[in-house]
Design a protein around this ligand. Structure first.
Ligand code: PMP
Length: 366
């Protein structure tokens, strides 16, 4: 035994990312840190070039294909550098100096992706809700110019709490940042030529990014790049061009197994129920104001709201803290509250939060 066991007082976790992970994933990951699969070694000690890790990579790729209903014409890559590295690599690979890429500007993250692209080529903003501080989704563009090298959008806007529920079909290569809503619902992943997710929300522990890319996209790479930044070189080396983040990929595999065991359909059903009771409460509660008013724009994953009377903001955070509820403080650019309802957040946890909101309202009005 390496350490003394202490009973943990586990909090309800509504953090935006790193976010909640399923309890069994945490237990399995912890066990593998002590010893991986009766190998006499910790998962932290195995070689990224050995058979054990090759099997982890293989199974993880198969699970991603299965969960997204994709076949072999897509490459599944595990990449370094988080979501932001993808903001760089996409234009590096697919946007020539004199070319244009389309961007949908719906939140801080999509805006940031667009700013990175400007280092490598030209950007055309096809829709934006920036003028309204992203409190709704912009209208999806009716016309997408055929000359664009690609169109980039963010399927779920983590900071402001809006989401595109379906993946549109597109006449130019469509690239989606799905960092905060991948696997939250059934969707047409095939409509994307590439999608990616920094895993620390619905897929695992920070340290790796899932990139899914149609193989024919690899023929469109626009410039000669150092191999680490080149999707084709990464695909050729099966994501182990350099030392892969073995533990982060293993934790992602555990989460993918859990996701498959739940089934996307039942996760979606529960995600809709969790979001429904929380939105209903925010709208009913006399203390709070919902940030995204359009019902059809609201995110299933991140529910953002503010205190009508700013004096109650600190009070509610303290009230939550006292009840073991963590992670409800809003992003620094918006303030207020943000509750993230990722796949691993249970209905029961959501109900407890809703109860706390009612009790807080009652305590304030006494
Ligand atoms: N895209 C989205 C939608 C995000 O929510 C985030 C981070 N929360 C990022 C990109 C950036 O990811 P990272 O911090 O891994 O660079």
């Amino acid at each position: 035994m390496l350490m003394k066991k202490r009973k943990m007082n586990r909090k309800l976790n509504f953090n935006a990312g790193p976010g909640a992970l399923p309890a069994e994933v945490l237990q399995q990951a912890a066990a593998a840190v002590v010893e991986y699969n009766n190998s006499g070694l910790s998962i932290l000690e195995i070689s990224h070039r050995g058979t054990a890790f090759a099997n982890i990579i293989e199974e993880s790729k198969q699970l991603v294909r299965e969960l997204c209903e994709l076949d072999e014409d897509y490459e599944i890559l595990w990449m370094h550098g988080g979501g932001r590295m993808q903001f760089c690599m996409i234009p590096m690979n697919f946007l020539g100096k004199d070319d244009f890429a389309g961007y949908i500007d719906s939140d801080h993250w999509s805006h940031s992706a667009m700013e990175y692209a400007k280092f490598y080529g030209n950007v055309q903003v096809l829709a934006s809700s920036a003028d309204d501080r992203y409190n709704h989704l912009p209208s999806w563009p009716e016309f997408i110019p055929a000359h664009l090298s690609y169109l980039h959008y963010t399927s779920n806007n983590t900071i402001y709490g809006s989401q595109w529920q379906t993946v549109p079909k597109c006449n130019v290569p469509l690239i989606a940042d799905m960092s905060s809503d991948i696997f939250c619902s059934k969707r047409d992943y095939k409509n994307c030529d590439m999608f990616y997710a920094a895993v620390q929300k619905n897929v695992g522990a920070a340290g790796v990014t899932l990139v899914v890319i149609r193989k024919d996209m690899l023929q469109r790479i626009k410039r000669s790049l150092p191999s680490m930044l080149d999707y084709k070189a990464q695909a050729n080396e099966n994501s182990i061009l350099n030392t892969a983040p073995v533990f982060a990929i293993y934790t992602a595999l555990l989460t993918l197994r859990w996701t498959k065991a739940q089934g996307i359909d039942s996760l979606e059903k529960e995600n809709r129920q969790k979001a429904h009771i929380l939105y209903e409460e925010v709208e009913r509660n006399s203390l709070f104001n919902l940030y995204v008013q359009n019902k059809e724009d609201r995110s299933l994953m991140n529910v953002c709201f503010t205190a009508i009377d700013p004096a109650t903001e600190k009070g509610f955070l303290k009230f939550c803290e006292e009840r073991n509820i963590s992670g409800v403080k809003g992003h620094r650019s918006l303030g207020g509250f943000r509750v993230s309802l990722y796949n691993a957040v249970t209905m029961q946890a959501t109900e407890q939060l809703v109860t706390a909101m009612k009790e807080y309202e009652h305590s304030v009005s006494i």
